[in-house]
Design a protein around this ligand. Structure first.
Ligand code: OAD
Length: 263
């Protein structure tokens, strides 16, 4: 893994003292943190496998799409789940887990549904967009672990809920689809963290999907420094206090090393 260049190192050295005096640090991640684990992003222009360049979200990631063709949607999410369960957390996930233990308080917020932060040892996280690892009933909401299927073509029917028994009582992925609301309590906790923290990191997100994208701006409105980590510029970049341009695995690992050296 290559080290960061001199310009990034200078910025990291400026961020370290701010972190040293911080009582509460927030890390907010998007698909880019898992790119180095070879999980496709959604809309990264540099990612030849970006999901929304190959698939139409409204055919796969809406309640209407599920009701229209539940087997297709179930198989597509089973395919994504199999990619995630086969993947391994990368240096970026592990660096965040390490930093979670370095401050009096730290909050990890993710838009990802891949489970890699937890597999890298993060104990508490706010999953804004749910998780691929469980399914829930389309009608009553009862959830259970999602089956891990390697060959999705072997899925012949959509699992039914064992609690309620209506025509629509099918097990759907426990993720937030387009046109659906985020969980109120999770979103409220994320906004409070963004408002109250001393430093806010926005890592590997295109910053175009709301309300998640609003969190960094809420931190800025509350006078908090925002550090963006991304190989590409986003709508947040010109407002961010620091823009660390590059892959999160490399940059966050360097940051952890510097924090350890300065302790
Ligand atoms: P996107 O696919 O929109 O953006 C991924 C971002 O990661 C881009 O800005 C890339 O430049 C950046 N990136 C790529 N490689 C990286 C690396 N090695 N290190 C750091 N950053 C890297 O993903 P999100 O912003 O997470 O929602 O997308 C937000 C939401 O849109 C997703 O949660 C999903 C999607 O529709 C739902 O499914 C509800």
């Amino acid at each position: 893994m290559s080290a960061v260049d001199e310009a990034i190192m200078k910025q990291l050295e400026a961020i370290v003292p701010v972190l040293k005096s911080a009582k509460h640090v927030v890390f907010m991640t998007g698909a880019g943190i898992s790119a180095e684990s070879n999980i496709p992003t959604f809309r990264d222009a540099q990612d030849a496998n970006a999901l929304w360049s190959k698939y139409e979200p409204h055919d796969l990631a809406t309640a209407d799409a599920f009701l229209k063709d539940p087997l297709l949607v179930t198989r597509w999410y089973a395919w994504r789940r199999s990619l995630c369960t086969k993947a391994q957390p990368n240096a970026g996930h592990f660096a965040i887990t390490e930093m979670l233990g370095m401050f009096p308080r730290a909050t990890l917020i993710t838009q990802n549904v891949d489970g890699l932060h937890a597999r890298a040892g993060a104990k508490h996280l706010l999953e804004l967009h749910g998780t691929l690892l469980t399914n829930r009933c389309f009608v009553c909401g009862k959830s259970r672990p999602a089956p891990d299927v390697t060959d999705v073509q072997t899925i012949q029917e959509v699992e039914k809920c064992d609690e309620c028994h209506t025509e629509r009582s099918m097990m759907r992925p426990n993720v937030v689809w387009f046109q659906e609301s985020l969980d109120d309590a999770t979103l409220a906790a994320a906004y409070s963290a963004a408002e109250e923290c001393d430093v806010f990191f926005s890592i590997g997100t295109s910053s175009v999907v709301y309300p998640a994208a609003d969190l960094a701006f809420r931190a800025l409105q509350n006078g908090k420094p925002v550090v963006e980590v991304n190989p590409s510029r986003t709508p947040l970049t010109t407002s961010a206090t620091h823009f660390l341009q590059g892959p999160s695995g490399v940059i966050l690992k360097s940051l952890v090393d510097l924090l350890k050296l300065s302790s």
